[in-house]
Design a protein. Structure first.
Length: 231
C-alpha cells in the first residue's frame, strides 16, 4: 500500500516528485563515453579529461574536443556499447515503483544522446525524457553540444540547469548519481542517492545522501528517505 505522505509536503499540500538520474556510471556500470574514447578516440583524451577534472576546461569543451576526434560511424559505436556496457540491476523495478507512486523519472547526463537512447531501446524502455549532449555524425568526427532548458548552447552546469528548471515547475527533486559532476546538483536536491565518487564527495562535504549499489536499493530505501523528510 502506498503511504500517502510520499506526495504530501510539510504544508499538507500535494507535492510533485521527480527523480533526476545520471546515466554513465549510474544506470550503466561503466562510462560508455570513456569506452568509446578508449577504443576510437585520440591517445591523449585522458589528458584532456584531466584538464576538465582540474577545472581548466568545461565539460562541454572536453566533449566537443574529444569526440571531434572520433571518426567511427554511429552503428559501429552503438554496437560497441551494446557489446561491452553493463547495466546496473533494478532499473525496471525503480521505474515501476515511480509509476506506482506517481513520480516522474528523467535522465540528465553529460553523456551523448545517441548511445543513451540505443541502450534504453535495448532494455525495452521508452517514454523517458532524456537530456544529454546532442550529437551529429560527420566526416570530421562527432559534434557534441549541450543545450540548456531555453535552447541555448551551454558548456557547463548542464545538470544543474535542468534541476533548477524542474524545481521551478514545482517538483521536489530526488537526485541519483555516481560522479564528481553530480555533486553540484546533488547539493540542490531534496534528497540524494549516491554511489561511487559522488558518495565519497558527499561524505567529505557533509551532504546528506543514501548509498546504493543497484536500483533495487533505491526502491527499498525511497520510502525511508521521504518519511524522514516528511515525518
Amino acid at each position: 500500500m502506498i503511504n500517502p505522505c510520499f506526495n504530501v509536503g510539510v504544508t499538507g499540500r500535494a507535492v510533485k516528485t521527480l527523480l533526476q538520474c545520471d546515466f554513465d556510471g549510474t544506470i550503466t556500470q561503466e562510462d560508455a563515453s570513456f569506452l568509446i574514447l578508449d577504443v576510437f578516440g585520440s591517445k591523449d583524451w585522458r589528458q584532456l579529461f584531466q584538464e576538465y577534472v582540474e577545472g581548466k576546461i568545461s565539460v562541454g569543451r572536453f566533449n566537443m574536443t574529444a569526440f571531434a576526434r572520433v571518426k567511427a560511424d554511429e552503428p559501429t559505436l552503438i554496437k560497441l556499447v551494446q557489446d561491452r556496457v553493463k547495466i546496473r540491476p533494478g532499473l525496471h523495478n525503480l521505474l515501476a515503483c515511480c509509476d506506482r507512486l506517481g513520480f516522474e523519472f528523467v535522465i540528465v547526463s553529460n553523456g551523448l544522446d545517441f548511445y543513451i537512447q540505443a541502450i534504453l531501446r535495448d532494455m525495452g524502455i521508452s517514454g523517458i525524457k532524456v537530456f544529454a549532449a546532442r550529437t551529429r555524425f560527420g566526416p570530421d568526427g562527432i559534434e557534441a553540444r549541450y543545450l540548456g532548458p531555453e535552447g541555448n548552447i551551454i558548456e557547463d552546469g548542464f545538470k544543474e540547469s535542468h534541476l533548477r528548471l524542474f524545481q521551478s515547475k514545482g517538483y521536489r527533486i530526488i537526485y541519483i548519481g555516481n560522479g564528481v559532476s553530480d555533486v553540484s546538483p546533488a547539493r540542490q536536491a531534496y534528497g540524494v542517492f549516491a554511489t561511487g565518487d559522488l558518495l565519497a564527495c558527499c561524505s567529505e562535504m557533509g551532504i546528506n545522501c543514501m548509498p546504493f549499489n543497484d536500483f533495487n536499493d533505491i526502491v527499498k530505501d525511497l520510502p525511508s528517505l521521504l518519511q524522514v523528510k516528511n515525518p
